[in-house]
Design a binder for this molecule. Structure first.
Ligand code: PLP
Length: 413
């Protein structure tokens, strides 16, 4: 126990230094502390304003503090916050009904983070295979450079060794294959495979869309080998690529899909969606969570889904995605030495660094921050753009201007 029993200390001012003093150092946050946000605008403790094109890492589909979502949250907070899973609640039932009506799925399991949704998906796949084919059908196939969360199981399924190093022993029977390589998939997906998991657009791994033929081939291979196809749509779903979920544009339907990030616009909620038949393998007591499907989170997600899942909203995402892509392509063309090109889908875009500037994308995002523009990385060689889906043409113009300034200043240094 802490010896410090001074009361009132909670209200004393905090600075970025406080982070280093009292937080477990798994993150290295920016030098400023944001205190207020509205739409794509963010203000720090000193009152400096930023244009936020990070969308809270593809979380803030509707931007910072959208009034309709704040209202939904506050209204629910006044009525009911939490009841435990010994009772169900109205918002969670409405949300599950809306998600099943909007997707291939017939059943939904709610939890609190993307990693938990994938953990549930992988456990369900193992349980389903165990129930129907016995304990030997347990192998999970995933792609290199994929990201599926930070629990020990999900980080092991994820295809980035740097995240599992030092945490061994890892859960066994997990194989990794190169993304978009159909022959590698054919070789890897044998009779002992219970599930194949893939992000339709790889996010953390560098903003890489799957080839349509690749997802179709995975679907076919899974059908041939009685394996479940799992789509991790935690980053690319909820309108990000221009359809409610990315699988809809690809025309390939998974057996299990996970959603999180933009589902709650920053309020923690995640979902694992599947069919009635597969869901049967999760009988009462087989899996669970204290907060999953909490009324507050569900009320927020209901409102988010209602706003995003409208043809006009999604059509604007496609349009804004084209405009942002054109803007980034103009910049890439004007700095051919620095950038190799632009890739992605909808409002999930990446500027790829040239051979010459390998590993230096972070210097550009740092310079952009100085100019009041917030950008993300995906790996060391891709500048990632996953802004709020409500990004306007004016935001895109302003972003281009600030990014050009930042690149010019960086190149002069
Ligand atoms: C962010 C992310 C996750 C993990 O979600 P958490 O909420 O951080 O646990 C899993 N998969 C993908 C594709 C993601 O982008």
């Amino acid at each position: 126990m802490s010896a410090n029993t001074t009361t009132g200390k909670i209200d004393e001012p905090v600075t970025r230094q406080t982070f280093d003093d009292v937080m477990v150092p798994v993150f290295a946050p920016a030098s400023f502390i944001p205190v207020r946000g509205s739409g794509l605008a963010l203000w720090d403790q000193s009152g400096k304003q930023y244009l936020d094109l990070t969308g809270g890492i593809a979380v803030l589909g509707l931007g910072h503090t959208p009034p309709e979502i704040v209202d939904a949250l506050v209204e629910q907070a006044r009525n009911l916050w939490h009841v435990s899973n010994y009772y169900t609640n109205e918002p969670v039932l409405k949300l599950a009904r809306a998600l099943t009506e909007a997707t291939f799925a017939e059943k939904v399991f709610f939890c609190n983070s993307g990693g938990e949704a994938n953990e549930a998906a992988f456990k369900l796949a193992r349980k389903w295979a165990h129930d129907h084919f016995g304990p030997k059908k347990n192998r999970i196939v995933s792609c290199f450079h994929s990201f599926h969360g930070r629990t020990l199981f999900t980080v092991s399924v994820g295809g980035q060794e740097k995240y599992t190093k030092g945490f061994e022993p890892l859960p066994p029977q997990i194989d990794h294959i190169p993304f978009n390589d159909i022959e590698a998939a054919r070789a890897a997906i044998g009779d002992d495979v219970c599930a194949v998991v893939v992000e339709p657009v790889q996010g953390e791994g560098g903003i890489l869309p799957a080839d349509p033929a690749y997802l179709k081939a995975l679907r076919q291979l899974c059908d041939e080998k009685n394996a479940l196809l799992i789509f991790d749509e935690i980053q690319c779903g909820m309108g990000r690529t221009g359809t409610l979920f990315a699988y809809m544009d690809y025309g390939v339907v998974p057996d299990i899909m996970t959603s999180a990030k933009a589902l709650g616009n920053g309020f923690p909620i995640a979902a694992m969606l599947t069919t009635t038949e597969i869901a049967k393998s999760f009988s009462v007591g087989a899996h669970g969570t204290t907060y999953g499907g909490n009324p507050l989170a569900a009320a927020v997600a209901c409102k988010v889904l209602e706003i995003i899942n409208k043809p006009a909203f999604l059509a604007r995402v496609v349009e804004a995605g084209q405009k942002l892509r054109e803007s980034l392509e103009r910049i890439a063309a004007d700095y051919p030495d620095v950038f190799a090109g632009v890739r992605g889908k909808g409002l999930m875009l990446g500027m790829v660094m040239s051979e010459k500037y390998q590993g230096r994308a972070g210097e550009i995002t740092q310079a952009a921050q100085q100019q009041g523009l917030l950008l993300l990385l995906a790996g060391y060689d891709v500048i990632r753009f996953v802004p709020a889906l409500i990004v306007s043409d004016e935001h895109i113009r302003q972003g281009e201007k600030l990014l050009r300034q930042a690149i010019d200043i960086w190149l002069r240094q």
